[in-house]
Design a protein around this ligand. Structure first.
Ligand SMILES: [Zn+2]
Length: 486
Protein backbone atom coordinates (compact mmCIF):
# COMPACT_ATOMS: atom_id res chain seq x y z
CA UNK A 1 0.00 0.00 0.00
CA UNK A 2 1.30 3.42 -0.88
CA UNK A 3 2.10 5.86 1.90
CA UNK A 4 -0.57 8.42 2.59
CA UNK A 5 0.11 11.61 4.49
CA UNK A 6 -1.64 11.67 7.87
CA UNK A 7 -3.90 14.61 7.06
CA UNK A 8 -5.25 12.73 4.05
CA UNK A 9 -5.36 9.31 5.67
CA UNK A 10 -7.28 10.58 8.68
CA UNK A 11 -9.63 12.91 6.85
CA UNK A 12 -13.15 12.13 8.13
CA UNK A 13 -15.27 10.11 5.70
CA UNK A 14 -18.53 10.10 7.62
CA UNK A 15 -20.35 12.60 9.82
CA UNK A 16 -19.55 10.50 12.88
CA UNK A 17 -15.81 10.85 12.25
CA UNK A 18 -15.96 14.67 12.22
CA UNK A 19 -14.46 16.14 15.41
CA UNK A 20 -15.35 19.43 17.11
CA UNK A 21 -18.22 20.58 14.85
CA UNK A 22 -21.10 18.95 16.71
CA UNK A 23 -23.60 21.71 16.04
CA UNK A 24 -22.95 21.78 12.27
CA UNK A 25 -23.02 17.98 11.96
CA UNK A 26 -26.31 17.81 13.84
CA UNK A 27 -27.84 20.53 11.66
CA UNK A 28 -26.62 18.86 8.44
CA UNK A 29 -28.07 15.51 9.47
CA UNK A 30 -31.32 17.36 10.14
CA UNK A 31 -31.23 19.00 6.70
CA UNK A 32 -30.75 15.60 5.04
CA UNK A 33 -33.89 14.28 6.70
CA UNK A 34 -36.00 17.09 5.28
CA UNK A 35 -38.54 16.19 2.61
CA UNK A 36 -37.13 18.78 0.30
CA UNK A 37 -33.36 19.19 0.24
CA UNK A 38 -32.08 22.80 0.08
CA UNK A 39 -30.44 23.66 -3.24
CA UNK A 40 -27.45 25.49 -1.84
CA UNK A 41 -25.28 25.16 1.26
CA UNK A 42 -22.42 27.45 2.26
CA UNK A 43 -19.69 26.49 4.73
CA UNK A 44 -17.58 29.25 6.24
CA UNK A 45 -14.70 29.19 8.71
CA UNK A 46 -10.94 29.64 8.96
CA UNK A 47 -8.61 27.34 7.05
CA UNK A 48 -8.36 23.73 8.11
CA UNK A 49 -11.64 23.57 9.98
CA UNK A 50 -13.08 20.95 7.64
CA UNK A 51 -15.31 22.91 5.25
CA UNK A 52 -14.63 20.88 2.11
CA UNK A 53 -14.40 17.66 4.12
CA UNK A 54 -17.92 18.23 5.42
CA UNK A 55 -19.13 19.25 1.94
CA UNK A 56 -17.79 15.99 0.50
CA UNK A 57 -19.47 13.91 3.22
CA UNK A 58 -22.69 15.80 2.53
CA UNK A 59 -22.33 15.10 -1.21
CA UNK A 60 -21.91 11.38 -0.47
CA UNK A 61 -24.93 11.41 1.82
CA UNK A 62 -27.06 13.14 -0.82
CA UNK A 63 -26.16 10.74 -3.61
CA UNK A 64 -25.57 7.45 -1.75
CA UNK A 65 -27.68 4.68 -3.28
CA UNK A 66 -27.39 2.29 -0.35
CA UNK A 67 -27.78 4.03 2.96
CA UNK A 68 -30.88 3.26 5.00
CA UNK A 69 -30.39 6.47 6.89
CA UNK A 70 -29.72 9.48 4.72
CA UNK A 71 -27.21 10.93 7.18
CA UNK A 72 -25.00 7.83 6.96
CA UNK A 73 -23.47 7.35 3.50
CA UNK A 74 -22.49 3.70 2.96
CA UNK A 75 -18.97 4.30 1.52
CA UNK A 76 -19.47 1.15 -0.58
CA UNK A 77 -21.77 2.08 -3.45
CA UNK A 78 -20.40 3.40 -6.75
CA UNK A 79 -21.45 6.94 -5.94
CA UNK A 80 -19.75 7.01 -2.49
CA UNK A 81 -16.58 5.37 -3.81
CA UNK A 82 -16.33 7.64 -6.85
CA UNK A 83 -16.68 10.76 -4.66
CA UNK A 84 -13.97 9.45 -2.30
CA UNK A 85 -11.53 8.66 -5.09
CA UNK A 86 -12.31 11.79 -7.10
CA UNK A 87 -13.76 10.12 -10.18
CA UNK A 88 -17.45 11.00 -9.71
CA UNK A 89 -19.17 12.35 -12.80
CA UNK A 90 -22.12 13.88 -10.98
CA UNK A 91 -19.97 15.57 -8.34
CA UNK A 92 -17.80 18.42 -9.56
CA UNK A 93 -15.26 20.11 -7.34
CA UNK A 94 -14.02 23.53 -8.44
CA UNK A 95 -11.42 25.80 -6.90
CA UNK A 96 -13.01 29.22 -7.40
CA UNK A 97 -9.70 30.95 -6.63
CA UNK A 98 -8.18 29.62 -9.86
CA UNK A 99 -11.38 29.80 -11.93
CA UNK A 100 -12.80 33.11 -10.90
CA UNK A 101 -13.57 34.62 -14.33
CA UNK A 102 -17.08 34.94 -15.70
CA UNK A 103 -16.33 32.76 -18.77
CA UNK A 104 -15.18 29.89 -16.58
CA UNK A 105 -18.25 30.23 -14.35
CA UNK A 106 -20.56 30.30 -17.36
CA UNK A 107 -18.87 27.19 -18.73
CA UNK A 108 -19.52 25.43 -15.43
CA UNK A 109 -23.11 26.60 -15.21
CA UNK A 110 -23.78 25.46 -18.80
CA UNK A 111 -23.81 21.88 -17.57
CA UNK A 112 -26.39 22.60 -14.87
CA UNK A 113 -29.57 21.95 -16.92
CA UNK A 114 -28.42 18.44 -17.95
CA UNK A 115 -29.68 15.60 -15.76
CA UNK A 116 -27.20 13.66 -13.61
CA UNK A 117 -25.71 10.56 -15.25
CA UNK A 118 -26.03 7.94 -12.57
CA UNK A 119 -26.98 9.62 -9.30
CA UNK A 120 -30.09 11.35 -7.99
CA UNK A 121 -28.38 14.76 -7.93
CA UNK A 122 -25.75 16.75 -9.74
CA UNK A 123 -23.60 18.33 -7.05
CA UNK A 124 -21.19 21.25 -7.49
CA UNK A 125 -18.65 22.05 -4.79
CA UNK A 126 -17.12 25.52 -5.20
CA UNK A 127 -14.23 26.13 -2.83
CA UNK A 128 -13.09 29.66 -1.89
CA UNK A 129 -16.21 31.05 -3.50
CA UNK A 130 -15.47 34.60 -2.28
CA UNK A 131 -12.77 34.77 -4.95
CA UNK A 132 -15.31 34.79 -7.82
CA UNK A 133 -15.51 38.00 -9.81
CA UNK A 134 -18.57 40.23 -9.57
CA UNK A 135 -19.80 39.09 -12.98
CA UNK A 136 -19.30 35.46 -11.98
CA UNK A 137 -21.42 36.00 -8.89
CA UNK A 138 -24.12 37.60 -11.03
CA UNK A 139 -24.37 34.68 -13.39
CA UNK A 140 -24.28 32.24 -10.46
CA UNK A 141 -27.09 34.17 -8.82
CA UNK A 142 -29.31 33.68 -11.88
CA UNK A 143 -28.95 29.91 -11.52
CA UNK A 144 -29.48 30.06 -7.76
CA UNK A 145 -32.71 31.99 -8.23
CA UNK A 146 -34.25 29.16 -10.22
CA UNK A 147 -32.19 26.04 -9.70
CA UNK A 148 -33.26 22.84 -11.48
CA UNK A 149 -34.62 20.17 -9.13
CA UNK A 150 -31.66 17.86 -9.72
CA UNK A 151 -28.90 20.30 -8.69
CA UNK A 152 -27.26 21.00 -5.33
CA UNK A 153 -24.58 23.65 -4.80
CA UNK A 154 -22.06 23.39 -1.97
CA UNK A 155 -19.94 26.49 -1.35
CA UNK A 156 -16.96 26.88 0.97
CA UNK A 157 -15.27 30.11 1.99
CA UNK A 158 -12.79 31.50 4.47
CA UNK A 159 -14.19 35.02 3.98
CA UNK A 160 -17.96 34.94 4.24
CA UNK A 161 -18.21 38.75 4.34
CA UNK A 162 -16.91 38.92 0.76
CA UNK A 163 -19.80 36.81 -0.53
CA UNK A 164 -22.66 39.02 -1.83
CA UNK A 165 -25.73 39.00 0.46
CA UNK A 166 -27.92 38.13 -2.55
CA UNK A 167 -26.02 34.85 -2.91
CA UNK A 168 -25.92 34.20 0.85
CA UNK A 169 -29.66 34.64 1.19
CA UNK A 170 -30.21 31.70 -1.13
CA UNK A 171 -27.98 29.32 0.83
CA UNK A 172 -28.30 27.36 4.05
CA UNK A 173 -25.36 28.72 5.99
CA UNK A 174 -22.99 26.83 8.32
CA UNK A 175 -20.22 28.55 10.21
CA UNK A 176 -17.47 26.18 11.30
CA UNK A 177 -15.64 27.16 14.45
CA UNK A 178 -11.89 26.86 14.88
CA UNK A 179 -11.18 23.63 16.70
CA UNK A 180 -10.48 23.74 20.40
CA UNK A 181 -7.00 22.76 21.55
CA UNK A 182 -8.49 19.94 23.61
CA UNK A 183 -10.34 18.48 20.64
CA UNK A 184 -7.20 18.60 18.50
CA UNK A 185 -5.17 17.04 21.29
CA UNK A 186 -7.58 14.14 21.78
CA UNK A 187 -7.73 13.48 18.06
CA UNK A 188 -3.91 13.58 17.76
CA UNK A 189 -3.64 11.14 20.65
CA UNK A 190 -6.06 8.76 18.97
CA UNK A 191 -4.20 8.96 15.66
CA UNK A 192 -0.74 8.56 17.24
CA UNK A 193 -1.91 5.54 19.23
CA UNK A 194 -3.49 3.99 16.17
CA UNK A 195 -0.38 4.68 14.05
CA UNK A 196 1.88 3.38 16.86
CA UNK A 197 3.74 6.68 17.11
CA UNK A 198 5.40 7.30 20.47
CA UNK A 199 4.98 10.74 22.08
CA UNK A 200 5.03 12.57 25.38
CA UNK A 201 1.99 14.40 26.75
CA UNK A 202 3.57 17.88 26.44
CA UNK A 203 4.39 17.37 22.77
CA UNK A 204 0.69 16.74 22.15
CA UNK A 205 -0.26 19.98 23.90
CA UNK A 206 2.39 21.92 21.98
CA UNK A 207 1.37 20.53 18.60
CA UNK A 208 -2.31 21.14 19.34
CA UNK A 209 -1.83 24.76 20.27
CA UNK A 210 0.52 25.42 17.33
CA UNK A 211 -2.19 24.21 14.97
CA UNK A 212 -4.30 27.27 15.83
CA UNK A 213 -7.67 25.61 15.46
CA UNK A 214 -6.91 23.56 12.35
CA UNK A 215 -6.80 19.77 12.54
CA UNK A 216 -5.17 19.66 9.13
CA UNK A 217 -2.33 21.90 10.33
CA UNK A 218 -1.95 19.76 13.45
CA UNK A 219 -1.45 16.67 11.32
CA UNK A 220 0.85 18.37 8.80
CA UNK A 221 3.01 19.62 11.67
CA UNK A 222 2.98 16.20 13.30
CA UNK A 223 4.16 14.66 10.07
CA UNK A 224 7.18 16.98 10.00
CA UNK A 225 8.05 16.24 13.62
CA UNK A 226 7.68 12.49 13.07
CA UNK A 227 10.21 12.52 10.25
CA UNK A 228 12.54 14.65 12.38
CA UNK A 229 12.20 12.61 15.56
CA UNK A 230 13.81 9.25 15.88
CA UNK A 231 11.73 7.05 18.10
CA UNK A 232 9.64 9.39 20.14
CA UNK A 233 8.04 12.83 19.68
CA UNK A 234 8.95 15.08 22.58
CA UNK A 235 8.09 18.68 23.42
CA UNK A 236 11.76 19.59 22.97
CA UNK A 237 11.86 18.11 19.46
CA UNK A 238 8.73 20.07 18.49
CA UNK A 239 10.30 23.27 19.82
CA UNK A 240 13.60 22.63 18.01
CA UNK A 241 12.01 21.80 14.69
CA UNK A 242 9.66 24.75 14.76
CA UNK A 243 12.40 27.12 15.94
CA UNK A 244 10.36 27.79 19.06
CA UNK A 245 11.65 29.10 22.34
CA UNK A 246 11.78 26.51 25.11
CA UNK A 247 9.14 26.64 27.81
CA UNK A 248 11.99 27.13 30.33
CA UNK A 249 12.93 30.41 28.60
CA UNK A 250 9.36 31.73 28.77
CA UNK A 251 9.12 30.78 32.44
CA UNK A 252 12.43 32.46 33.13
CA UNK A 253 11.17 35.68 31.47
CA UNK A 254 8.05 35.73 33.61
CA UNK A 255 10.09 35.09 36.76
CA UNK A 256 12.45 37.94 35.85
CA UNK A 257 9.52 40.33 35.36
CA UNK A 258 7.78 39.36 38.59
CA UNK A 259 11.07 39.50 40.52
CA UNK A 260 12.03 42.79 38.79
CA UNK A 261 15.29 41.11 37.88
CA UNK A 262 16.47 43.28 34.98
CA UNK A 263 19.87 41.57 34.76
CA UNK A 264 18.28 38.17 34.21
CA UNK A 265 15.78 39.71 31.83
CA UNK A 266 18.56 41.08 29.64
CA UNK A 267 20.09 37.59 29.54
CA UNK A 268 16.69 36.23 28.45
CA UNK A 269 16.44 38.81 25.68
CA UNK A 270 19.98 37.91 24.51
CA UNK A 271 18.87 34.30 24.23
CA UNK A 272 15.93 35.41 22.07
CA UNK A 273 18.28 37.34 19.77
CA UNK A 274 20.97 34.64 19.48
CA UNK A 275 18.43 31.99 18.52
CA UNK A 276 16.55 34.28 16.12
CA UNK A 277 13.30 33.56 17.92
CA UNK A 278 10.31 35.51 16.70
CA UNK A 279 9.81 38.32 19.29
CA UNK A 280 6.07 38.43 18.67
CA UNK A 281 5.81 34.68 19.31
CA UNK A 282 7.78 35.13 22.56
CA UNK A 283 5.21 37.65 23.76
CA UNK A 284 2.32 35.38 22.69
CA UNK A 285 3.90 32.48 24.61
CA UNK A 286 4.44 34.70 27.64
CA UNK A 287 0.79 35.74 27.58
CA UNK A 288 -0.28 32.09 27.40
CA UNK A 289 1.89 31.33 30.42
CA UNK A 290 0.42 34.30 32.33
CA UNK A 291 -3.02 32.95 31.55
CA UNK A 292 -2.04 29.51 32.86
CA UNK A 293 -0.66 31.04 36.08
CA UNK A 294 -3.83 33.14 36.50
CA UNK A 295 -6.00 30.06 36.20
CA UNK A 296 -3.82 28.05 38.55
CA UNK A 297 -4.25 30.73 41.22
CA UNK A 298 -7.71 29.28 41.69
CA UNK A 299 -6.32 25.80 42.04
CA UNK A 300 -5.13 25.16 45.57
CA UNK A 301 -3.05 22.17 44.48
CA UNK A 302 -1.02 24.10 41.91
CA UNK A 303 2.59 24.79 42.82
CA UNK A 304 3.23 28.50 42.33
CA UNK A 305 6.23 28.81 44.57
CA UNK A 306 8.35 30.39 41.81
CA UNK A 307 5.68 32.41 40.10
CA UNK A 308 3.70 33.78 42.97
CA UNK A 309 2.22 37.18 42.23
CA UNK A 310 -0.93 38.95 43.31
CA UNK A 311 -3.80 38.28 40.87
CA UNK A 312 -4.40 41.98 40.12
CA UNK A 313 -0.73 42.46 39.18
CA UNK A 314 -0.83 39.43 36.95
CA UNK A 315 -3.82 41.00 35.18
CA UNK A 316 -1.87 44.23 34.88
CA UNK A 317 1.10 42.68 33.08
CA UNK A 318 -1.26 40.64 30.90
CA UNK A 319 -3.07 43.82 29.82
CA UNK A 320 0.21 45.58 29.08
CA UNK A 321 1.38 42.63 26.99
CA UNK A 322 -1.87 42.34 25.03
CA UNK A 323 -1.96 46.06 24.25
CA UNK A 324 1.63 46.00 22.94
CA UNK A 325 0.98 42.93 20.79
CA UNK A 326 -0.71 44.97 18.06
CA UNK A 327 2.33 47.22 17.68
CA UNK A 328 4.38 44.33 16.26
CA UNK A 329 2.74 44.91 12.87
CA UNK A 330 4.08 48.48 12.88
CA UNK A 331 7.43 48.06 14.57
CA UNK A 332 10.53 48.11 12.37
CA UNK A 333 12.50 46.54 15.24
CA UNK A 334 10.49 43.78 16.91
CA UNK A 335 13.32 42.92 19.36
CA UNK A 336 13.28 46.48 20.72
CA UNK A 337 9.51 46.39 21.06
CA UNK A 338 9.77 43.14 22.99
CA UNK A 339 12.39 44.59 25.32
CA UNK A 340 10.33 47.75 25.86
CA UNK A 341 7.24 45.66 26.58
CA UNK A 342 9.07 43.72 29.29
CA UNK A 343 10.50 46.91 30.80
CA UNK A 344 7.05 48.49 30.75
CA UNK A 345 5.71 45.51 32.67
CA UNK A 346 8.42 45.92 35.30
CA UNK A 347 7.88 49.69 35.47
CA UNK A 348 4.15 49.38 36.07
CA UNK A 349 4.40 46.52 38.54
CA UNK A 350 4.03 47.86 42.10
CA UNK A 351 7.14 47.42 44.30
CA UNK A 352 5.55 44.82 46.50
CA UNK A 353 4.12 42.79 43.68
CA UNK A 354 5.40 39.55 45.12
CA UNK A 355 2.46 37.89 46.69
CA UNK A 356 2.80 37.84 50.44
CA UNK A 357 -0.24 35.81 51.14
CA UNK A 358 -3.46 35.15 49.37
CA UNK A 359 -5.01 35.03 52.79
CA UNK A 360 -6.75 38.30 53.40
CA UNK A 361 -8.68 37.00 56.37
CA UNK A 362 -7.93 38.20 59.85
CA UNK A 363 -7.27 36.14 62.92
CA UNK A 364 -7.98 36.53 66.59
CA UNK A 365 -4.89 38.62 67.21
CA UNK A 366 -5.48 41.29 64.59
CA UNK A 367 -9.23 41.55 64.96
CA UNK A 368 -10.30 44.56 66.96
CA UNK A 369 -13.63 46.06 67.84
CA UNK A 370 -14.95 48.64 67.05
CA UNK A 371 -12.39 49.32 64.27
CA UNK A 372 -13.25 46.18 62.30
CA UNK A 373 -16.97 46.91 62.31
CA UNK A 374 -16.59 48.56 58.88
CA UNK A 375 -15.18 45.31 57.43
CA UNK A 376 -18.37 43.42 58.18
CA UNK A 377 -20.78 42.85 55.35
CA UNK A 378 -24.14 43.55 57.00
CA UNK A 379 -27.57 44.72 55.88
CA UNK A 380 -28.50 48.28 56.86
CA UNK A 381 -30.69 47.39 59.83
CA UNK A 382 -28.27 44.88 61.33
CA UNK A 383 -25.37 47.29 60.77
CA UNK A 384 -27.29 49.98 62.61
CA UNK A 385 -27.88 47.60 65.48
CA UNK A 386 -24.26 46.43 65.62
CA UNK A 387 -22.97 50.01 65.57
CA UNK A 388 -24.28 50.23 69.16
CA UNK A 389 -22.66 46.99 70.33
CA UNK A 390 -19.45 46.79 72.30
CA UNK A 391 -17.30 43.73 72.57
CA UNK A 392 -17.05 42.10 75.97
CA UNK A 393 -15.14 38.94 75.27
CA UNK A 394 -13.67 36.97 72.34
CA UNK A 395 -11.99 33.62 72.62
CA UNK A 396 -11.72 30.58 70.33
CA UNK A 397 -14.89 30.60 68.31
CA UNK A 398 -17.12 32.61 70.62
CA UNK A 399 -17.74 36.32 70.64
CA UNK A 400 -19.77 38.08 73.32
CA UNK A 401 -21.19 41.53 72.71
CA UNK A 402 -22.83 43.98 75.05
CA UNK A 403 -25.69 46.25 74.08
CA UNK A 404 -28.29 48.25 75.97
CA UNK A 405 -31.41 46.42 77.07
CA UNK A 406 -33.75 48.42 74.87
CA UNK A 407 -31.95 47.40 71.68
CA UNK A 408 -31.43 43.87 72.94
CA UNK A 409 -35.20 43.42 73.12
CA UNK A 410 -35.69 44.02 69.43
CA UNK A 411 -32.88 41.95 67.88
CA UNK A 412 -34.09 38.93 65.90
CA UNK A 413 -32.60 35.42 65.53
CA UNK A 414 -32.02 36.13 61.85
CA UNK A 415 -29.97 39.21 62.63
CA UNK A 416 -27.82 37.28 65.10
CA UNK A 417 -27.29 34.67 62.39
CA UNK A 418 -26.35 37.43 59.95
CA UNK A 419 -23.76 38.82 62.37
CA UNK A 420 -22.35 35.32 62.90
CA UNK A 421 -22.05 34.75 59.16
CA UNK A 422 -20.38 38.11 58.51
CA UNK A 423 -17.86 37.54 61.30
CA UNK A 424 -17.24 33.95 60.18
CA UNK A 425 -16.43 35.18 56.68
CA UNK A 426 -14.12 37.91 57.95
CA UNK A 427 -12.26 35.64 60.35
CA UNK A 428 -12.51 32.56 58.11
CA UNK A 429 -13.83 30.32 60.85
CA UNK A 430 -17.19 29.37 62.27
CA UNK A 431 -18.17 31.79 65.03
CA UNK A 432 -20.85 31.79 67.66
CA UNK A 433 -22.13 35.19 68.79
CA UNK A 434 -24.05 36.10 71.93
CA UNK A 435 -25.41 39.38 73.35
CA UNK A 436 -26.05 40.55 76.87
CA UNK A 437 -27.23 43.82 78.36
CA UNK A 438 -24.47 46.33 78.94
CA UNK A 439 -23.88 50.08 78.92
CA UNK A 440 -20.33 49.98 77.66
CA UNK A 441 -19.58 52.77 75.21
CA UNK A 442 -16.80 51.26 73.08
CA UNK A 443 -19.18 50.93 70.19
CA UNK A 444 -18.64 51.65 66.47
CA UNK A 445 -21.10 54.53 66.82
CA UNK A 446 -19.07 56.23 69.58
CA UNK A 447 -15.84 55.39 67.80
CA UNK A 448 -17.05 57.10 64.65
CA UNK A 449 -18.31 60.13 66.62
CA UNK A 450 -14.92 60.66 68.27
CA UNK A 451 -13.12 60.17 64.97
CA UNK A 452 -15.25 62.75 63.19
CA UNK A 453 -14.92 65.22 66.08
CA UNK A 454 -11.15 64.83 65.84
CA UNK A 455 -11.28 65.38 62.11
CA UNK A 456 -13.32 68.55 62.29
CA UNK A 457 -11.12 69.88 65.10
CA UNK A 458 -8.11 69.20 62.90
CA UNK A 459 -9.81 70.93 59.97
CA UNK A 460 -10.64 73.91 62.10
CA UNK A 461 -7.04 74.12 63.34
CA UNK A 462 -5.78 73.90 59.78
CA UNK A 463 -8.12 76.70 58.72
CA UNK A 464 -6.99 78.88 61.59
CA UNK A 465 -3.40 78.45 60.42
CA UNK A 466 -4.37 79.62 56.93
CA UNK A 467 -3.02 83.19 56.80
CA UNK A 468 -5.04 84.42 53.83
CA UNK A 469 -8.22 83.15 55.45
CA UNK A 470 -7.33 84.91 58.71
CA UNK A 471 -6.73 88.09 56.78
CA UNK A 472 -10.20 87.81 55.27
CA UNK A 473 -11.83 87.04 58.63
CA UNK A 474 -10.18 90.12 60.09
CA UNK A 475 -11.12 92.32 57.17
CA UNK A 476 -14.81 91.31 57.21
CA UNK A 477 -15.02 90.67 60.94
CA UNK A 478 -15.97 87.03 60.29
CA UNK A 479 -16.02 83.80 62.29
CA UNK A 480 -15.49 80.15 61.41
CA UNK A 481 -18.85 78.48 61.77
CA UNK A 482 -19.17 74.72 62.14
CA UNK A 483 -21.51 73.11 59.66
CA UNK A 484 -22.18 69.44 60.14
CA UNK A 485 -23.34 66.87 57.59
CA UNK A 486 -27.03 66.16 57.59
ZN1 LIG B 1 -23.12 4.87 -0.70
Amino acid sequence: MTYQVLARKWRPNTFDEVVGQDYVVKALKGALDLEKLPHAFIFSGTRGTGKTTLARILAKAINCSNSKKKSQPCRKCDSCLSIENGSAIDFQEVDAASRRGVEETKELLDSVPYLPTSSPFKIYLLDEIHMLSKESFNSLLKTLEEPPEHVVFLFATTEIDKVPPTVLSRCVQFNLSAMKVDNIKNQLQLIFDEEKIKYDENSLIKLSSLARGSMRDALTLSEKVISFSEGKITEKKVEELMGLPSSELIQSILKSIIGRDSKKLIENIEEVKINFYDPEQILIDLLSLIQEVALSQFDEKADLSDLSIEPQNLQLIYDLGISNLEYFKLSPKPESLLTMTFLKMIAFLPESSKKKSLNTNKDETDFSWPEDFSNLDLTKLTAQFMSHASMIEYHDSEMHFGINQERLNIITENQIKEVEDALSILLKKKLKVSFKPSDLTETPFEFEKIRSQKESKQAEDDLKKDSSLNEMLEKFDGKIKKVSKI
